[in-house]
Every structure is written in C-alpha cells, then in structure tokens.
Ligand binder design. Structure first.
Ligand code: ADP
Length: 317
C-alpha cells in the first residue's frame, strides 16, 4: 500500500500479451517519470503465482546495470494485480528500429553498438544467476540517450508457465534454442546466447532469421539454416526426450552444416570475425555454444568499424 502511494498512474501507454503499461510519475516529484506495468493475472493462477513472482521480481530490483531496465518498485493493487514500476523508456524498442526500413538507416558500427549493449546486459544477468529466456528485439527498449535496455528480465520465468498456451507459441519460438525444443532437462545461460545470436542475425538481415510457423517448422528451419543436429555434431542429442519426435517426422534429409559461402552471402557485411562470433552464438550443441562471457571477449568488438557512440545511434523517426 505504501509503495503504491508513492506513484501516480497516468494514461495507458500500451498493452502487451500479459500486461497493460501506464504512464506514471512519483507523487512527490512529478518530473520523475515511470512506466507502471500491470501484470494481468488469471484468477485461477493468482494464488500460486503471486508469492513466487513477487519474490523473483524483488530480486530483479537489485540488478542494476545501464543495459537492464531499472525496476524501481513492485506492489500489488486491488484484485491482487501485480504492478511493476519501471524506468520510463519512450523511444520504443529495437524491433521498431529493425522494421522501419523506410526511415531508419543503420550500418555495421550501429549493429556492433547495439549487440555490445545486449551482450553486456546478458553477461551481467548471468553473473547474477538470472536467465532471461525471452530475448528478442521487442524486449530491447531504447532510452532517450540511445542506450539499449533489456526488459522483462526474469519475468518469463515467473510468469510464462501459467501463460504457456498463450505465449509460448506466439512470442518465444523464433528465438528459442534447439535444446528447448528437444526438451533438454538441464539448460543454462547459453539459451540466452542463442536468442542473442538470432537478434544479431535479424539486425543484419532486417527480417527475422528463423521465423518458424510452428514448433516443428522452427526445428526444420534451424536444421536447414545451421545443419541437422547429429550425435557427431552434438553428442547426446539423440538421448533427449524431444529429439525423436522431431527426427521421426523430418527424417527425409540430414542437412550438413551450412557452407561458408552461404553464410558469406547472408552475413558477409559483418566480416569474417563477425560471422565467427555469430556462429559461436548459434552453435547447435549448447556445450559448444559461446557463453555470454566468451561473447564479450570476442575480438570482433575490437575490429573496425568500432561501435557507434550511443548518442549517434539512429532512432525511429
Ligand atoms: P509488448 O511486449 O507487446 O511490447 P509490453 O507489455 O511489454 O508489451 O508493453 C506494451 C507497450 O507499453 C509497449 O509496446 C510500449 O509502447 C509500452 N511500454 C512498455 N514498457 C515501457 C517503458 N518502460 N517505458 C515506456 N513505455 C513502455
């Protein structure tokens, strides 16, 4: 109740799959703007959800990093709705930038700057033992000074399960790593690195890299683009519960790993080291995939062109 009274809720800014976002400001300092995100909680999940979700989200309040959206406060309102008070970021998200091919022009130095900010955010969260599990351009919000901020961190874990039927197929699929389709029981931070790789490819192509229409289609796209996972490429893959379900249906052809020329054609603009980094993020075998730390240590960041200064990054018109 006390937390709730510290903020004044204003007009509605937008609505997503599981939340309504309002404009807001501090009661005792109207110039301090915030976004208040009211999570829609189905009555049937409310009891089980709120305790875990609040605990999880409280932990996220302590994650403080320039490339992670600040969570100022968490409170529950009438009907036990969960409200998150977030840093106000009015310039939209990276998806808007990527899609606006008419008026937004960007180059390699800009891609490098955006990817580096994303990589720092992901590394920091993994250092803090938090997985995101829903990295995509739409969750990368842009601050007034050009800084990219990872949003909805950890929320996917707290909220996605009750919403599985609703969100799983719609939102996450294109950025989901193969081990999740194969129902690997243990997975790690490299699930986020795969998603980061998909965002990297999308920034270059300006269209989603692997836009599967169904889970089956997604796995087929992954196999076509990056090769079919086999025991040679990914030791142990055939033992995974989900693998056989996909193998049985798509057994027509085992695709080899993509030839260099094909990757050159698609991603040549980022250079040899850039392609090397991209492929290390998109390794099929999670044990061979780069960790977020290794991503940050890659030499591509140091090659020319250097990343754009955040103030100089193109914005949506
Ligand atoms: P979606 O994932 O569909 O964008 P969200 O619930 O995250 O849904 O957000 C809904 C809308 O609210 C966004 O499209 C955006 O316009 C606005 N919004 C979300 N977060 C913020 C924020 N921190 N600052 C300003 N506007 C925001």
């Amino acid at each position: 109740e006390e937390e709730r009274r510290r903020y004044v809720k204003g007009k509605k800014l937008g609505e997503g799959t599981y939340a309504i976002v309002y404009h807001g400001h501090h009661r005792d300092n109207p110039s301090k703007l915030v976004a208040i995100k009211k999570i829609k909680v189905n009555a049937e999940f409310r009891d089980g959800l709120s305790f875990d979700a609040i605990r999880e989200v409280k932990y996220l309040q302590e994650l403080s990093h320039p490339n992670i959206i600040a969570l100022h406060s968490v409170f529950s309102s009438k009907n036990q709705n969960l409200n998150l008070v977030l840093e106000y970021l009015p310039l939209g998200d990276l998806e808007g930038v990527i899609r606006d091919t008419k008026s937004v022009h960007y180059g390699l130095a800009d891609i490098k700057a955006w990817m580096n900010m994303l990589a720092r955010a992901v590394w920091f969260c993994h250092e803090s033992f938090v997985l995101h599990r829903d990295i995509k351009p739409n969750n990368l919000l842009i601050a007034a000074d050009g800084e990219v901020k990872l949003a909805d961190f950890g929320l996917s874990r707290s909220f996605s399960d009750p919403y599985l039927n609703m969100t799983y197929n719609v939102i996450t699929r294109w950025y989901r790593p193969p081990e999740l389709f194969f129902k690997a029981r243990h997975y790690s931070g490299v699930v986020d690195v795969w998603s980061m790789g998909c965002v990297f490819a999308e920034l270059i192509l300006r269209t989603p890299y692997l836009p599967g229409g169904s889970d089956m289609d997604q796995v087929t796209l992954i196999c076509k683009a990056l090769g079919t996972p086999t025991e040679q490429i990914w030791p142990g893959v055939e033992m995974l519960d989900g693998y056989k379900a996909y193998a049985a249906i798509s057994s027509e052809a085992v695709n080899p790993p993509p030839p260099k020329q094909q990757l050159q054609g698609l991603f040549g603009t980022i250079g040899g080291q850039g392609i090397d980094l991209l492929l290390s993020m998109l390794a099929l075998d999670p044990n061979k995939r780069a960790t977020s730390k290794q991503v940050l240590q890659h030499e591509w960041w140091l090659t020319n062109p250097r990343p754009s200064k955040k103030e100089a990054l193109p914005k949506k018109g």
